[in-house]
Design a protein around this ligand. Structure first.
Ligand SMILES: CC(C)(COP(=O)(O)OP(=O)(O)OC[C@H]1O[C@@H](n2cnc3c(N)ncnc32)[C@H](O)[C@@H]1OP(=O)(O)O)[C@@H](O)C(=O)NCCC(=O)NCCS
Length: 190
């Protein structure tokens, strides 16, 4: 198995990005529960209520998978670490760690969405991913009708590589939908 000692955190003036850890359950639960209406259209995992125990189990799974180099789910916190502002991650959905390809996903809590935070978080992830992580290629894919997500990708400098047609079904439904694929390659010399 491939192992990688992943960097633990990245700080900016607006965010603390780090692995979810045991004890973060209450913060995760609070953030997703006040954001259900905002998340439910595009996030298949969103539920009307996620209790603290379920959230705690999730953050422990995220941490375990991080330590095993299986998946890197990254929490987005306020700079002082007191409030969960969302989540993102480097997901190994396109091959083993050694391939150097990660898929980036993201959600921002409802009461701070639309304030430029998603774009800032994505720019930070790309910068972090190509400097301290071994990624050669970062992928972002979303429902082609997810305008906030697409705009976020474009503003962060990702390139639209194409649209696949009818390859997924809409969250919670049977209607087929299109997917927009964006990506960035590690800059040469980095
Ligand atoms: C997508 C998401 C992460 C973007 O984060 P954010 O903090 O809201 O994004 P920003 O404030 O940086 O805005 C990015 C752009 O999207 C636009 N935007 C935001 N909400 C929008 C909406 N509902 N419809 C159309 N455009 C929207 C913003 O206006 C901005 O573009 P502009 O600067 O040209 O005006 C966030 O909206 C979210 O969590 N959505 C629900 C979960 C989701 O869809 N995740 C993405 C899965 S790939």
């Amino acid at each position: 198995m491939d192992y990688f000692s992943a960097p633990e955190e990245r700080r900016t003036d607006r965010l603390l990005l780090r692995s979810w850890k045991p004890g973060d359950g209450p913060l995760l639960s609070e953030a997703v529960n006040c954001s259900y209406e905002h998340l439910k259209t595009f996030m298949p995992w969103a539920v009307p209520h996620q209790d603290v125990e379920t959230s705690e189990q999730l953050v422990r799974q995220f941490r375990g998978r991080w330590l095993l180099s299986q998946d890197y789910v990254v929490a987005l916190f306020s700079p002082d670490g007191s409030r969960a502002l969302g989540g993102c991650g480097f997901h190994l959905r396109h091959g083993p760690l050694s391939l150097g390809v990660a898929e980036v996903g993201m959600w921002i809590r409802a009461d701070v969405a639309g304030q430029g935070l998603g774009t800032h978080a994505l720019q930070t992830l790309i910068d972090w991913g190509f400097s301290e992580w071994p990624w050669q290629r970062l992928v972002w894919k979303c429902d082609a009708e997810n305008h906030a997500s697409r705009r976020c990708a474009e503003k962060a400098g990702l390139r639209l590589e194409g649209i696949t047609h009818g390859d997924q079904v809409k969250v919670g439904g049977t209607e087929r939908r299109d997917t927009a694929w964006y990506a960035a390659l590690r800059p040469s010399g980095v």
